[in-house]
Design a protein around this ligand. Structure first.
Ligand SMILES: [Zn+2]
Length: 254
């Protein structure tokens, strides 16, 4: 049988552990928010990169069309030069058969010019399209950049606020920790580390709220008295009982 004062001490320690857990849960939640805040930008970053890639592609199409157009123009100049030379040579031809062949060659070269000119027409259409695409993708990049910058600024503001909140919560910790013994604190911390930040959990209806497994009835009765620090047999977490609001306690509600 425990002495009343000893029970009171355990009871107070348990209350402090519950307080400490509540504080650590808030600290952990803020740390997670700070760590995951940059990932909020991933959708905006993806859209910005997509616009950049589309711009690059349009720019490449434009350059390729320009290059081909220049090549075709040079080709035409070459053919024109060739025709000029052919025509100069024409005066020297005496034989009629040779003269016919000569005319045919000029004709063929003139056809080649027509073909090259048609290709240039098509290329000019492509060039026009790609120039329009370059302009519109450039506008899109600017818009996406503005959105991304705004999201970044918002995120940095959030992180700054979370950091202030976190520092405030951390300052509350020593005051709470000072109310329990070093051993109890170390015990709490070892469970906290093993159980991913959750060392103290509620017990209700003979169920541990940490692992959702069953608590033996006798143990549950002991947990209800709150006069011992008891651990879940499955997950080792410290258990406490909270009077349901509907259950009359005979004490004034807090
Ligand atoms: Zn458990």
């Amino acid at each position: 049988m425990r002495h009343a004062s000893e029970s009171q001490q355990v009871n107070d320690e348990l209350k402090t552990l519950i307080q400490l857990q509540q504080l650590d849960t808030r600290i952990l939640a803020l740390k997670i928010r700070i760590d995951t805040a940059p990932s909020q930008l991933s959708a905006d970053e993806a859209l910005f990169k997509e616009a950049q890639a589309a711009f690059e592609k349009a720019k490449q199409n434009q350059l390729a069309a320009e290059k081909k157009k220049k090549e075709k123009e040079a080709e035409i100049e070459d053919i024109k030069e060739k025709i000029k030379k052919l025509k100069t040579r024409g005066a020297e031809i005496k034989n009629n058969k040779e003269y016919q062949a000569h005319l045919k060659e000029i004709e063929k070269n003139e056809k080649d010019i027509k073909i090259a000119e048609d290709v240039i027409m098509t290329l000019m259409e492509k060039l026009d399209e790609s120039q329009k695409a370059v302009l519109s993708e450039n506008t899109r990049i600017s818009a996406e950049k503005l959105k991304l910058d705004a999201a970044k600024a918002e995120m940095e503001k959030e992180i700054a606020q979370y950091s202030v909140d976190l520092e405030g919560l951390k300052k509350e910790r020593p005051g709470i920790v000072s109310k329990i013994t070093k051993d109890t604190y170390n015990f709490y911390m070892s469970i906290l580390r093993d159980r991913r930040g959750l060392a103290v959990v509620k017990a209700s209806n003979e169920i541990c709220h940490g692992c959702n497994l069953h608590i033996p009835p006798q143990m549950f009765v002991e947990i209800k008295t709150g006069q011992e620090i008891l651990q879940c047999q499955e997950c080792r977490r410290i258990l406490y009982y909270e009077q349901p609001l509907s259950e009359p306690t005979g004490e004034p509600k807090q």
